[in-house]
Design a protein around this ligand. Sequence first.
Ligand SMILES: O=C(O)CCC(=O)C(=O)O
Length: 376
Amino acid sequence: MAILDLVNAGEQPPASKRPAAGDEEDGSREYYCRRGVRHLSDTGITRLPGNYVLPASDRAADEYSPSLIKLPVVDLALLRRGPEQRAAVLRTLDAACREYGFFQVVNHGVDRADVAAMLDVARRFFALPQREREAYMSPDVRAPVRYGTSFNQVNDAVLCWRDFLKLACNLPLVDCVDSWPSSPPDLRAVASGYAAASQRVFMEVMEAALEALGVAGGEVMGDLRKGTQMMTVNCYPECPQPELTLGMPPHSDYGFLTLVLQDDVAGLQVMHDGDWLTVDPLPGSFVVNVGDHLEILSNGRYRSVLHRVRVNSKRLRVSVASFHSVAADRVVSPAPELIDDEHPRRYMDTDLATFLAYLTSAAGNHKSFLQSRRLY
Ligand SMILES: O=C(O)CCC(=O)C(=O)O
């Protein structure tokens, strides 16, 4: 038994909820990967199984009494209201991307009812019987639909307290939607409407970010218009010992920007000046963060920042993260406008296909992929 398994070893689902004889071995890592944490939480366990217990050095240090930060707010309505207001918003956006790598977007034009419907259908999907959810499980990181658990369950040394549904949203969207879950019956309509809205907001914010960086956006925006979008619907159920584990480990995101829709339960934490700060969920807003591809394109001016998710014992949390980038084989490089004697090129070229290949052999947490692309 591994050392980690000795901590809290022995906590298993009550007999009534255990798999029938001949099913996976009860309490094995494989069992937990197959069943996920929603199922485990529903069994009413009171102690965390050893597979989820992080070494003390990787746990969140403090008691869970998060001090909430308000991220810089980017108001998209002001972006459209004449050159002066646009310039002021661009300054806010630029400062947020350099200092935090994170900001919140308001007045984004996505209907509140559509946002609420997305969170609602997400909750209903994770409340479906386990067998229905399991049908979408796949170990293939390139699958157009993938239900699973943990962060990168094949390579995670310790499992994370998260279940997810990943939906590829590449264009034309109709080609992807048919492979998405058919239950709940409104999932395809609600999630495809939300995905299209999220792509619109992404394009508007990305155009502003390129303008703020002083980069000619034509080619990049053209590539993004034909690019990739992956939507991850996250479920972090109530956890019996949240201080021993995490919903997601510290990681950065691969793409240009990620748009995160969170419900009203706090959990997302951002690394800033060496401290973990909890993002205050601002109702109706999207949290937006810079991904590795934008850090590379900006030659390091914008920061793809580590973030992680804490869980709690009282309320299930749902979030929807939408990752946007160029097509998988399209090369991402530092913009020539941002390279000079004072700012030599800091990153090698990369592409999404290389990142996906990397994920099959590494956990992909921390900023390990981005570090592998750094020249100095
Ligand atoms: O659940 C969240 O708030 C953040 C999710 C996230 O970081 C991710 O999906 O990469």
